[in-house]
Design a protein around this ligand. Sequence first.
Ligand code: ATP
Ligand code: MG
Length: 373
Amino acid sequence: MILPGATLGMLGGGQLGRMFVHAATSMGYRVIVLDPNSSSPAGEIAHLHVQANYNDAHALKALAQECAVITTEFENVPAEVLAHLAESCPVHPGAHAVEISQNRIKEKQYAESLGIATAPFYIVNNEQDLKQAFSNIKSALILKTTSLGYDGKGQAVVQTFEEGLEAWKALNFVECVIEQKIDLAAEISVVLARSTTGEINIFPVAENVHRDGILHTSTVPAKVDEKIQDQAKAHAQKIVEALKYCGVLAIEYFVGQNGALYFNEMAPRTHNSGHYTIDACYTSQFEQQIRAICGLPLGNSNAHSAVTMVNLLGDLWGAKNPEWLNILHNNNVKLYLYGKKDARPGRKMGHFCNIASIGEETLFTAEQLFSDL
Ligand code: ATP
Ligand code: MG
């Protein structure tokens, strides 16, 4: 068990790392953040920011010496780096789980191997693969790069083989998957934790709305059939058990108009759709990550409030900052800004949560507040 006072290592300095640092320092831990950028949301508030690349052997060695445990908030830390670090320091989650999550083919095949349905898909390495997908799947398809995609980047919706080929060319013919575009009734996600002791704890299912492939809102409780929610939780539990996972994991699912649940992808870390836990649950996903990797008992993940989280993207920024008072006048709004200097379109700059008593509506009000910014 790693108790408060110890130093925790964080690979990655983005907003997920920043909220982890907030939670860790509240509990009396020290945090060292490793991130290649000179300024980063987590690095600027950590006890120490090591500015180095993820494969900088010297920096990694120093980190392993200083830290009682190392975790990650950035999905694309090379799995070999985690494996190498693990020789001298506990690293959670481990290289194996991260490697699967970094690769769309591996994660889909892993889900299928456990009997969990995914949208029908084909691996694309040549034109023939692409042809086969179009002759076997009778609907629009989505072409996605196998690795390094996020926020809808590296993806294209395609209707015909010719369009598919054009889109693949635009992706430089890298290995892709092409999958059926599901007729969506809803999108949901499950964030859960499994600790070094094997204890598992699952947060309430969030219902997510995406805009242009980027998460826009997450709402709890989800307005999705309880049976489907239970199934999503059961699948998530099966995955962390099979992987002997340690840390926080997030799984995104599609719910089809036909009522079917499909595994979309997983992230070996805290997740944007779990930010609501800070304000609406007894334990946040960031505190849970600390508890899980330190071998502490997991916290109560139940929701004490209803909530909608709204992402604030760089698009909202013009010559000046958005009018924060327009949302802060509502005393149920909690505002989070990540300290990023450049407000580029599509960049996650912050989020807000609109909380209410359980049973009350939160999404409509949150959308109204958002439109006032
Ligand atoms: P993330 O930032 O979540 O990692 P990503 O770039 O990895 O995003 P996906 O989660 O695969 O991308 O897709 C982004 C969004 O695009 C989904 O949340 C969904 O709204 C839409 N989408 C992707 N694949 C499908 C599909 N097969 N059917 C219907 N909608 C889809
Ligand atoms: Mg996604």
